[in-house]
Design a protein. Structure first.
Length: 118
């Protein structure tokens, strides 16, 4: 189940850090779905909540954990179904509807999309 925590590395790359959201760089994610798709078609969905928590879904099951922004990094730490070390990546500007390339588990290339709604 470490898959979901590792996928969060790619998701963290989208967090908005622009001036309008400086008070809360994760605000773009609330109420929306971050979809991380691997080259083999495997998709992971992350639901990032205000207050520093998230849940995730993949073909391997569900997970949950915490997130935190520290300096220029956004880190996700899976707590369930098993604890994993934090997965961190740079915080950059992305918005609902954006799609971009990132790096997921094991350095695998992924496509990340922020979809409106949950």
């Amino acid at each position: 189940m470490k898959f979901l925590a590792k996928a969060a590395i790619a998701a963290a790359m989208f967090m908005a850090a622009g001036p309008a959201l400086a008070a809360d760089p994760m605000a773009t994610a609330y109420g929306n779905t971050v979809v991380i798709t691997y080259g083999d078609g495997t998709a992971v969905k992350l639901f990032i909540d205000e207050g520093g928590t998230y849940t995730g879904e993949s073909p391997m099951g569900q997970s949950s954990g915490t997130w935190a922004v520290s300096g220029s990094q956004t880190c996700f730490t899976q707590q369930s179904p098993e604890a994993t070390p934090p997965s961190c990546s740079p915080t950059v500007n992305k918005n609902v509807g954006d799609t971009w390339q990132g790096t997921g588990q094991g350095g695998a290339p992924v496509t990340v999309t922020i979809q409106a709604g949950r």
